[in-house]
Design a protein around this ligand. Structure first.
Ligand SMILES: Nc1ncnc2c1ncn2[C@@H]1O[C@H](COP(=O)(O)OP(=O)(O)OP(=O)(O)O)[C@@H](O)[C@H]1O
Ligand SMILES: [Mg+2]
Length: 375
């Protein structure tokens, strides 16, 4: 087992920066999820670890060893791809034992390890089938079996579930989590699906345009997003971000102006000096340079509301309802998540919104960085 470390790793392709000074560590035995939108550099990061790409600058370490100059075959990591990448002409058995044959493991030991791994992944009955005779989920399990059969130092998984239907994705997700827990092998798991990231990761590294935005446990990322990008990307729907037009001292606590109303900012300036600084920033700026962030579940409709809004659409999801509204500036949108049992407004209806105290985040509009608010 071993940690996997990126030290200031940078990679560009024809002038496009795929990875920008990435500093990140997957700890020994950890399942670290790399989360971010398409093109943010997730696959590139995995390929650097596998040795399929070389960094322009910086280092990649596996365990204590800098592997920049180590051949891919000598890095002892196993990669699982979205496309499965199985050998179509080989049986399940031969696909799974392939890495063992390559390493010259003797036949009896090969048979033993293939039997053990395929049994544990529920593939015991399919050993003589070809990949085309399997479902997508079964094929992906074969790819997993091939990765784990030789006990590598780390697993690199690149969106392994995205070709599966919803039910199978859920099942295989649980299988991978259980497997990783049992084997305790350091795992870098790439996805752009924030639900997958939240449910699978010991920690999540959120990336955007090649740069690391935040790395922390799933709940910490959700509760304390480091910037506006993370706030919007994590959560379904993501955090509402509204222009914060002014910040007032109170009493009793600070509050801010948003288009069509006000939001409570929780702490008074004395206990949150960042808010006082934010107030100074917004007063000196000619255009709004702060954003108020409010999660959809921290809003409700009510007569006692402090924000006026107009309902655009109501989305019924069964257990919950999403009410999408526009604010009085006509451009800002805000989503309210409510229980299915709550009164549902109609499209076009004027409503008032309440933001729960202590739930409003404040970010700078320019860099998006967190400046205060919320707990
Ligand atoms: N071989 C390559 N040649 C040129 N550009 C590349 C190459 N590989 C990646 N890139 C570029 O580098 C950036 C990062 O790509 P990467 O494949 O790492 O993104 P990703 O986060 O895995 O995206 P996705 O979720 O779509 O798989 C993108 O802008 C991509 O176009
Ligand atoms: Mg990718």
């Amino acid at each position: 087992m071993a940690q996997v470390v990126f030290r200031e790793a940078t990679k560009t392709f024809d002038g496009v920066t795929a990875l920008d000074h990435l500093d990140l560590e997957a700890r020994d035995g950890e399942l670290l999820v790399l989360l971010g939108p398409s093109g943010c550099g997730k696959t590139t990061a995995l390929r650097l670890v596998a040795g399929l790409e070389e960094p322009d600058s910086g280092e990649v370490l596996i365990g204590e060893q800098v592997v920049n100059d180590v051949e891919p075959k000598d890095r002892d990591v196993a990669m699982v791809f979205q496309s499965y990448a199985l050998y179509p002409h080989l049986s399940v058995r031969r696909n799974v034992e392939f890495p063992l044959r390559q390493r010259g493991v003797d036949p009896a030991e090969r048979r033993r390890r293939v039997a053990e791994v395929t049994e544990s992944l529920g593939l015991g009955d399919y050993l003589d089938r070809k990949p085309r005779q399997l479902s997508g989920g079964q094929r992906q399990r074969v790819a997993l079996a091939r990765a784990i059969v030789r006990s590598p130092r780390a697993f690199l998984m690149d969106e392994p579930l995205s070709n599966l239907d919803a039910a199978l994705r859920l099942q295989t997700r649980a299988d991978i989590v259980a497997l990783q827990q049992r084997l305790g092998t350091t795992t870098l798991y790439v996805t752009h699906d924030q639900v997958e990231a939240m449910t699978m990761g010991h920690r999540i590294a959120v990336m955007d345009r090649g740069a690391l935005q935040q790395v922390d446990g799933p709940q910490a990322i959700y509760d304390h997003p480091a910037n506006a990008f993370v706030a919007r990307f994590v959560g379904n729907p993501g955090m509402n971000l509204l222009p914060l037009l002014a910040v007032h001292e109170g009493p009793p606590a600070a509050y801010g102006d948003v288009p069509g109303g006000t939001v409570p900012l929780g702490a008074p300036f004395v206990t949150d000096p960042a808010l006082a600084r934010a107030a100074a920033v917004v007063q000196g700026a000619s255009s709004p340079s702060l954003l108020a962030g409010i999660r959809p579940e921290h809003l409700r409709l009510g007569e006692d509301g402090t924000i006026d809004a107009t309902v655009l659409i109501v989305e019924v999801l069964g257990a919950e309802v999403h009410v999408l509204c526009t604010l009085l500036d006509g451009t800002s949108k805000i989503v309210v998540r409510q229980e299915a049992a709550a009164r549902r407004p109609g499209a076009g209806e004027g409503v008032r919104l309440v933001a729960s105290p202590g739930t409003v985040h404040v970010f700078t509009g320019v860099s998006g960085a967190r400046v205060g608010g919320s707990s």
